[in-house]
Design a protein around this ligand. Structure first.
Ligand SMILES: [Zn+2]
Length: 255
């Protein structure tokens, strides 16, 4: 896996004329497009490992941290899909000091507290333009105070869907299809209010996503899943997919 200096070199050298996407662990993805940077749901600390140490649910990390958030000061906008710490982490956001933060409207106060910035709150089915990216909040079915959303983001000619945490609720795939996503990023842990790999493949297929990318695994030992089921279902459905490792880059050429 790429990390630290090697990771940042890869980010810096990734050329214009394409969209680049790196998995930075759990639901965290860094996007680079034409010199603009977007960071989805970063969790780049050990805050949960520390919080749950000695409890019945120790959060033992499986993958090392990709990069120190203090080194991501070039990012133009950060998202938080909901208020759970693996998606809204003070120990990531405080050092990162986001120039802009987009979150569900009901999470604004918590996000302001954890990130130390004034966030842009978005309601479900609302749009907002921030830092050259257009965000559309899509309902997420996930128990979390203040609500949970996914984001469909227009990045130049590309459209990405980042689900946040959600089940594969009825109508999600059809809703996404109207946005013609180039990439659908979906959880596969099948636990704690998230869909499993098979459902993630099915949602991507229903959404007619050009590419499905799994996430929310290989972060904590107690809450992970092998991507095998996701891969097998994608193969059955003829759904194109790509399984990234932490720190790895995916590059999309213009659609
Ligand atoms: Zn989560």
């Amino acid at each position: 896996m790429l990390a630290d200096d090697d990771f940042l070199r890869d980010v810096e050298e990734a050329p214009a004329g394409a969209l680049h996407l790196w998995w930075v662990g759990q639901s965290g993805f860094l996007v680079k497009v034409e010199g603009h940077y977007l960071l989805f749901d970063p969790y780049l600390s050990d805050s949960l490992t520390a919080k749950y140490e000695g409890t019945e649910i120790p959060h033992v990390r499986m993958t090392r941290r990709v990069v120190d958030p203090v080194r991501l000061d070039f990012v133009d906008v950060v998202t938080s899909s909901h208020g759970h710490t693996d998606h809204l982490d003070a120990e990531t956001l405080r050092p990162l000091r986001p120039r802009a933060l987009v979150c569900p409207i009901g999470v604004r106060e918590l996000a302001a507290e954890r990130a130390g910035v004034d966030p842009h709150g978005v309601g479900v089915d609302e749009r907002i333009d921030v830092a050259g990216f257009r965000f559309m909040a899509v309902h997420a079915d996930h128990e979390s105070e203040g609500g949970a959303v996914g984001f469909v983001v227009d990045c130049g000619p590309w459209t990405l869907y980042h689900s946040g945490d959600t089940t594969a609720y009825a109508g999600l795939g059809e809703r996404l299809r109207s946005f013609a996503p180039d990439v659908a990023i979906l959880p596969i842990n099948g636990n704690l209010g998230n869909m499993d790999g098979r459902d993630a493949a099915r949602v991507a297929k229903k959404a007619q996503a050009e590419l499905a990318v799994p996430c929310h695994f290989e972060m904590f030992e107690f809450n992970t899943a092998s991507p095998d089921e996701f891969v097998a279902e994608c193969a059955t459905l003829c759904q194109p997919y790509r399984v990234l490792r932490a720190g790895e880059r995916l590059t999309l050429t213009p659609p």
